[in-house]
Design a protein around this ligand. Sequence first.
Ligand SMILES: [Zn+2]
Length: 583
Amino acid sequence: MDDENVYQVLARKYRPQDFDALIGQEAMVRVLRNAFETGRIHHAYVLTGVRGIGKTTTARIIAKGLNCIGEDGTGGPTVEPCGVCENCTSIVESRHVDVIELDAASHTGIDDIREIIEGAKYRPAIGRYKVYIIDETHMLSKNAFNGLLKTLEEPPAHVKFLFATTEIRKMPVTVLSRCQRFDLRRIEPDRLIAHLRGIAEAESVTIDDEALALIARAAEGSVRDALSLLDQAIADGGQDAASVRAMLGLADRGRVLDLFGLIMKGEAAAALAELRDQYRSGADPEVTLNDLAETAHWLSTLKVAPDIADDPSLPAETRAQGKALAESLAMRVLARAWQMLLKSLEEVQRAPSALMAAEMAVIRLCAVADLPSPEDLVRKLGDGSGVTPARPTPAPTGGGGGTSAALRVASTNAAPRIEPTAETAQLAHPDPVEDADLANLPQTFDDLVAFIRQQRDGELLYDVETGVKIISYAPGRIEFEPASGARPNLAGTLGDKLRRWTDARWMVSIAEGPGAPTIAETRAATAQSLEMRLRKHPLVAAGLAAFPDAELRAIPLNVAETPIDVPFDPDEDDDDDDLLGEN
Ligand SMILES: [Zn+2]
């Protein structure tokens, strides 16, 4: 089909030319379609989303739609640009005099923008609208934005702005508030795989589904990245999963799982041998560590949502292996592995050899595999009486969640702690898990605190608000880091009371932080920032200047009978403050 025998990269060859070809952005297309049909086309749009997701492509399609005159030369603005009129074709070839593309990454200054502002005054030469497409808009300098703002405030009717940015937060609010915003979404893996398959067929390339799924996963929702990888796979001549994996520098997921399993069992010698073997067969040690961290994350999510094991980029046996491993390992063991691996990844960059760093990481991970968990240490050190219930703590979630390892937290209470491994997990005798109605339990940690308040247990409320640095919360399952000074055995007390109050199974456990700030800490921080803001209020500032010893004190507004001493200059009009000081 190409005019010349020049190979055109797929991303370019298959760049969508109209909204129908733009996959995964239906919401935006619907809004645009409506705007065009009702003639309410905004004068400025901002398109945001990760790189390679189609922002500039969308901008060009909009530019075409704005200027298209149709095949017969009589058409108006349309969401279905004809693609053949002079306006459409010259926009596609980036040579339309009225469609000006500017890359803000290399034209950040006010001078570049001044040109635009000047040009915007003149009517379009051949098109209906002058369209300014500014890529990476957030890179513009402050002066450039200010210059642009004047035009945005009073845009000539013949001018449209299309801003594309990967970092919407760096755009000034003054500019954003004058634009209609579209968030372009990452393409779902299934959509992306189907898209890739369609293109492979159109190119008469056979490539297997697992390979396409690997490409889709690596592209992380970006069509352009996916097509570049597909290009590369075709050029390499490798269209099966193994060669795509090699191309992407991915280790075999199954082998990574093997390695992870050995580490979790604390089998250091075998784990090192496996690591070196993977290294010999070409795996980059840093990538291997990264894969191990990814595995820790994957297994953790598998525990929460077993469905995600159905990932098409994984062979069936790998999925089964992952599920089994997830079931055998406790959440906090996985969390600890994740944290240690992240630290190791930082070290790899500074280490004299990546392999050495990876080996040290594996050895360290194996060494902690049979250490007691912080929870058990706390239990042992906390109170000699072993106050925690000797009966097995029931698992909180419904069946099938793979919580058997977690159950042993309590059942191995007195015995020396053995970290879960595939074998030990099977030794556990979990209680049969009831399908507690999780929907009736407090759904968030804040809900839980409100629930405790309802129970009028002031002591527990205080302990939870000051002592719990929440790490993860799910109905029936709480993991937290105790704040310093937290009541010993808070986890046990909280679990017991919740079980009694809700008649459901709760697992409350302590884990290594960092947990979120406690409720009390958050409250204090909020109060402090409120006070900072109030101190800047002219009225308050004046009051404090007049009465240097005054302190700010919060008084609830609705308590009408509370006597209020007004500390400010009586001449001042005290209008809107609910916060008054007194000396
Ligand atoms: Zn056209």
